[in-house]
Design a protein around this ligand. Structure first.
Ligand code: KIV
Ligand code: ZN
Length: 511
């Protein structure tokens, strides 16, 4: 019988600290639902004290999630802990994750607190958190640069205060596997009553070793790993969930623990997070990169055809790479559509939302002969996009490109219900379209990112566009999908403008 490895996902908190990845409440709920389906044990939904918007998002996630614990981060002070406690109140199972820095550099230069004051604050925070939930986690921020004797002292104190999970973070991504494993082993050995708590690790990827360090911690007794989808996170990111889970599963000969993750949900989750945050997945990324299971060399292809295990240590379908399963077509009815959405775990809030999505599906089926699961996911994204109040709406557009002539676009928008038109030239049809939109809207925003991905293969595939806009310190992502990528681009741009207009996005979550 193997030990349980607790998977603590912090995509919605640490992941959200990636520049430009901040998410709206609706986006957090969609990702949280998918994380629950993936089988994540703990979802860190945000940092309640960071903003009223984040507190509200955590509360909303807590209301809809049934099978995962919902957690809020809190610094070790009364205001933060109370905000976290209120935010997780609706959860079936809620956790407060409180932290304070324990390294000399952080205590002296950042906190300006003595070690005694730090221990005192940690203990008080844990005790206060216990008034809201008996599931309290404590993190010693910058544990990697903390003195061992002091870490032992702090952890001993918080165990006595009632913390159930002790997290050891490599906040700055400084460790290497052998040292990190040894640090965890020593802590478990030296901290009194260490067998009464779950030891956890949280590693950043500044030296590219977040996953390796996390696995070294697991080999030395950690039974919770904090990680994110696609390794999203502050600076170079966090340990990537998919790599941790698949390493433990694939090397079950080495690990004495296993997670309860439904690995077939890994790729759909990765795609959802990538499309919502606008952070693309590099093609050669382990597990979830487009080439992760592609064999290019003739020798490898020959080997795989003869006997798959010659070059493959995992099966693509086990991590959710479907072979573009044909789902529905032009003649499919509303019931077949609804059933397939249910099978995909997609929940639409109302009958009206289902009708709107079905109308989009019929429209798409007229333009694209084969509709795949990925197309349905994009349709639902569009449905969510449509929920953003549409101050700016695309009425019609035409883009023209011809060799030797500057591309031009003509755009008709509805702005607060009034039709406005503009025609502009640009470096390409997308550039001309954005210029025409700006001619009407005069938003004064800065375009930080423009990316296009094809949702399925083939030239009739839908293009999914992400646009990231910044204005006055606020950053938003907009998405749009269409078989015509210029139209998809216009939709994505308007979606971002609508978010800015509706103030749906939140301030950067980092304090
Ligand atoms: O990196 C870190 O130390 C953190 C803590 C808040 C756990 O994110
Ligand atoms: Zn972190």
């Amino acid at each position: 019988m193997k030990d349980k490895l607790i998977i603590f996902d912090t995509t919605l908190r640490d992941g959200e600290q990636s520049p430009g990845a901040s998410m709206t409440k609706e986006e957090k709920i969609r990702i949280a639902r998918q994380l629950e389906k993936l089988g994540v044990d703990v979802i860190e939904a945000g940092f309640a004290a960071a903003s009223p918007g984040d507190a509200d998002a955590i509360q909303s996630v807590a209301r809809v999630i049934e099978h995962s614990t919902v957690c809020s981060l809190a610094r070790a002070n009364e205001r933060d802990v109370r905000a976290a406690g209120e935010a997780i109140k609706p959860a079936k199972s809620g956790r407060i994750h409180t932290f304070i820095a324990t390294s000399p550099i952080h205590m002296e230069k950042k906190l300006r607190m003595t070690p005694d004051q730090v221990v005192d604050a940690a203990v008080k925070a844990v005790k206060l958190a216990l008034e809201y939930t008996d599931d309290v986690e404590f993190s010693a921020e910058d544990a990697v640069r903390s003195e061992m004797d002091f870490l032992v002292r702090v952890f001993d104190a918080v165990i006595r205060a009632g913390a159930r999970t002790l997290n050891v973070p490599d906040t700055v991504g400084y460790s290497i596997p052998a040292l990190w494993g040894e640090r965890i082993r020593q802590l478990i050995e030296r901290v009194p009553n260490s067998n009464r708590v779950v030891w956890s690790t949280h590693c950043h990827n500044d030296l590219g070793m977040a996953v390796a360090n996390s696995l070294a911690a697991v080999m030395n007794g950690a039974r919770q790993v904090e990680c994110t989808i696609n390794g999203l996170g502050e600076r170079a990111g966090n340990a990537s969930l998919e790599e941790i889970v698949m390493a433990v599963k694939t090397r079950r000969d080495v690990f004495t623990c296993d997670s309860r993750i439904d690995t077939a949900q890994i790729v759909p989750t990765s795609k959802l997070v990538s499309s919502i945050t606008g952070y693309p997945v590099q093609p050669n990324k382990a597990i979830v990169g487009a080439n992760a299971f592609a064999h290019e060399s003739g020798i490898h292809q020959d080997g795989v055809l003869k006997h798959r295990e010659t070059y493959e240590i995992m099966r693509a379908e086990d991590v959710g790479w479907s072979t573009n399963k044909l789902t529905l077509g032009k003649l499919s009815g509303r019931n077949a559509f609804r059933t397939r959405l249910q099978e995909l775990g997609i929940v639409l809030e109302s009958e009206e939302a289902l009708n709107a999505a079905f109308a989009r599906f019929k429209d798409l089926a007229d333009r694209k002969s084969e509709i795949f699961d990925e197309d349905l996911q994009a349709l639902v994204n569009e449905e969510t996009v449509a929920h953003v109040s549409e101050h700016y709406r695309l009425v019609s557009m035409r883009a023209h490109s011809e060799t030797g002539i500057l591309p031009e676009a003509r755009v008709v928008l509805s702005v607060g219900g009034q039709e406005r038109k503009a025609e502009m030239q640009g470096g390409g049809p997308v550039d001309a379209t954005f210029k025409a939109i700006e001619q009407i809207v005069q938003s004064g925003t800065e375009l930080l990112l423009y990316s296009v991905n094809n949702i399925t293969s083939g030239t009739d595939a839908q293009g999914e566009v992400t646009v990231r806009l910044a204005k006055g310190g606020r950053i938003v992502n907009g998405q749009g999908a269409d078989t015509d990528i210029v139209v998809a681009s216009a939709k994505a741009y308007l979606n971002a403008l609508n978010k800015l207009h509706g103030k749906l996005e939140r301030a950067h979550p980092q304090l």
